[in-house]
Ligand binder design. Structure first.
Ligand code: C2E
Ligand code: MG
Ligand code: MG
Ligand code: MG
Length: 279
């Protein structure tokens, strides 16, 4: 390489970096308005018992209907919301809205089921988290037992805080699950002492289940461990019958994934799933 080529290459790199940063700043600014302008909405993905094949719960997942860019997935905007701190406001909107939907469905006469809501680390670290969650439940009038909060293993980064937060949340009467289990750094030592109800096996392990013996071993081990620790276990990202068969053989309790349904809007969820629930 000539020095000149390298110089050009570098300035192209700087230009690209500027563009990426610019786009990010723009998205962050848009997000501030989006909350006021009600551009966020929820989709719901059903969760099924692998024993009875009945729907036993659902996960609420946020989406953003951007006025110029169309629908943006959480994978793109949640990390930005995390960095900017906007996730706290957005997360509370999600929680309130999810509980409101679930309460309304109960009022409409559907058999009550549990709704799972993702909690960001930023929310998890709020000193008055349990108080805020409790206030939302009260405001909406939904019983705590119909709410499950999904946290990630990264909460164990500060084990003392994690324990006290989890205990306060549990005292409300809600359920707690560890999302994306197996991809984080939480040690088994902590796991046994955490007041949690469920492990959700990350879909990365479920995906390659039938192709990769190591993944099959991991899924089987997590499931067995969950049983021994008296935790419920849910497999995420179940996409085909072979995976489902394997998970059933392992006595995995519940499954969530495209094989059953992708996340769907509220109206579709009501018509396709709630209305078919036996009372
Ligand atoms: P997650 O909590 O692990 O949610 C499951 C994700 O896997 C969802 O992606 C869902 O659409 C996708 N999924 C479900 N079944 C399958 C499958 O069979 N195959 C494949 N390939 N994917 C499947 P989504 O909705 O794009 O959400 C991505 C992540 O964004 C979530 O992962 C969660 O970490 C985060 N997220 C979504 N909504 C919220 C929210 O309200 N608050 C926070 N803090 N995070 C959220
Ligand atoms: Mg989740
Ligand atoms: Mg997650
Ligand atoms: Mg997950």
């Amino acid at each position: 390489h000539h020095a000149k080529d390298q110089g050009q290459e570098f300035s192209r790199y700087v230009d690209k970096l500027k563009l990426v940063t610019q786009a990010r700043i723009e998205l962050e600014n848009d997000m501030r308005k989006a909350l006021d302008q009600e551009q966020f909405f929820l989709e719901f993905q059903p969760q099924f018992s692998l024993q009875t094949n009945q729907m036993v719960g659902m996960e609420a997942l946020v989406r953003w209907r951007h006025p110029k860019r169309g629908i943006i997935s959480p994978g793109e905007f949640i990390p930005i919301a995390e960095d900017s701190g906007l996730i706290v406001q957005l997360g509370e909107w999600v929680l309130r809205t999810a509980c409101q939907y679930n309460k309304n469905w109960q009022l409409a006469g559907y058999p009550p089921i549990c709704i799972s809501v993702n909690l960001s680390m930023r929310q998890f670290r709020q000193y008055n988290l349990a108080e805020r969650v409790g206030a939302i439940l009260k405001e909406v009038g939904m019983e705590a037992k119909y709410l499950e909060l999904e946290v990630t293993e990264s909460m164990t980064y500060d084990i003392e805080t994690a324990l006290s937060q989890l205990y306060s949340l549990k005292q409300l009467g809600i359920h707690i699950s560890i999302d994306d289990f197996g991809t984080g750094y939480s040690s088994l030592y902590y796991l046994k002492s955490l007041p949690i109800d469920r492990l959700k096996i990350d879909r990365a392990f479920v995906q390659e289940l039938m192709l990769d013996g190591n993944d099959a071993a991991i899924v089987s081990t997590i499931t067995t461990m969950a049983h021994h620790l008296q935790l419920k276990v849910t497999a995420e990202g179940v996409e085909n019958e072979e995976q489902l068969e394997f998970l059933k053989q392992q006595n995995c309790h519940e499954g969530q994934g495209f094989l059953f349904s992708k996340p769907v809007p509220a109206g579709v969820f009501e018509n396709e799933f709630l209305s078919r629930l036996a009372g």
